[in-house]
Design a protein around this ligand. Structure first.
Ligand code: SF4
Length: 355
């Protein structure tokens, strides 16, 4: 029988901000009885957020497919035969039209994703123009473009970019089985450039890649022990796409997914924990369990980059059944020492971003 964390009071249930989490603590949380873990996560959630509010983001792929990277889960990698055709960067006007639609549907944040290893310097002015125009609509802006240099991060910040998404994807000791074309340190470096430029970070990962429970704990440990907790933490559940190396991977137990959400909430109490890729295949009941475990952000809309996402009507019906409401752009509750920010974007292609 595995060791269990004590069911009585625990530092892990206080909701304090920490950057010194230990792998053994996270594993002990994973080993808790399911209902006890949910209770602890829900208690932390209530200390920092209104549990009836869920932040809603919309993600648009502004440049799809043809990516030179080899992320084993991703249908946009050009080396896999997934039927995703490479497209050019969308025009600013086309992006704006989608942003207006997202705002009309209730989104407070609009994320623009491009399947690049990293943007070329000549791409930055085009993306900057999109950012300026989307922000002028009154939406928060987010982008996920791959690796960024420090000058590129500064340029995007100057254009008005609020958030940058770049995921860690998985635990450091599993990473080499998933991606070979960039290093874990490359991801940490991009996150540092984003923080140094003064933007907020959106950073999470994907589970169900075939990783062990210890490696799921390792992903959460890497996120929770970053120099600053990401403002948004997308937790993606692998969407298996035929033609990618991970197609056919054993499905993750849904309760294990909920446990992962709960531990993200406990270890990063002020962050928006987002249900991202893989939500389309989740039952309403599983999504409700995730909200009970502290998830408080979703992607909204028909497409999550190249994979499907529950349609707006289904989400609105689920919110009504659960008594949830979209989080306003202006925060309803101040967080200690700052502001609770509505959150970003996602994808189940996981460009250092979520799939
Ligand atoms: S996840 Fe992003 S970086 Fe990786 S192959 Fe897909 S588009 Fe490229």
């Amino acid at each position: 029988m595995s060791a269990q964390a004590p069911i009585t009071a625990s530092p892990a249930s206080t909701g304090a901000i920490r950057h010194d989490w230990q792998q053994s603590e996270l594993l002990a949380l994973f080993e808790l009885p399911f209902t006890e873990l949910l209770h602890r996560a829900a208690s932390v959630h209530r200390q920092h957020f209104d549990p009836a509010e869920v932040q809603v983001s919309t993600l648009l792929s502004v440049k799809t497919g043809g990516c030179p990277e080899d992320c084993a889960y991703c249908p946009q990698a050009q080396r896999y035969h997934t039927g995703v055709d490479a497209q050019k960067l969308m025009s600013t006007e086309a992006v704006l039209e989608k942003a207006r639609q997202a705002k009309a549907a209730g989104a407070s944040r609009f994320c623009m994703g491009a399947a690049w290893r990293s943007p070329k310097d000549r791409d930055i002015p085009k993306v900057a123009a999109m950012i300026r125009e989307v922000k002028a609509l009154g939406l928060e802006t987010c982008a996920t473009l791959g690796m960024l240099s420090a000058p590129q991060a500064d340029a995007l910040k100057s254009a008005g970019l609020d958030y940058y998404n770049h995921n860690l994807d998985t635990a450091p000791d599993f990473y080499g089985q998933i991606i070979h074309t960039r290093e874990y340190q490359d991801r940490l470096d991009t996150l540092e450039h984003v923080r140094d430029a003064g933007m907020k970070t959106c950073c999470g990962g994907i589970v169900g890649l075939g990783e062990s429970r210890a490696q799921r704990a390792g992903l959460l440990l890497a996120l929770a022990n970053l120099p600053a907790h990401p403002d948004s933490v997308p937790i993606n559940r692998l969407v298996q796409v035929e033609g990618t190396p991970l197609h056919g991977t054993a499905e993750l137990d849904p309760f294990e997914f909920v446990r992962t959400i709960a531990i993200a909430r406990i270890t990063m109490p002020h962050s928006m924990v987002r249900l991202s890729a893989g939500r389309e295949s989740m039952s309403d009941e599983l999504q409700a369990l995730c909200f009970a475990a502290g998830a408080n952000s979703i992607f909204y809309g028909e497409k999550l980059l190249t994979t499907g996402n529950p349609d707006v009507e289904r989400d609105q019906a689920l919110f009504a059944r659960l008594g949830l409401r979209p989080m306003p752009v202006e925060p309803a509750m101040p967080a200690p020492g700052g502001t609770v920010h509505a959150d970003i974007v996602e994808h189940n292609h996981a460009c250092g971003r979520a799939a």
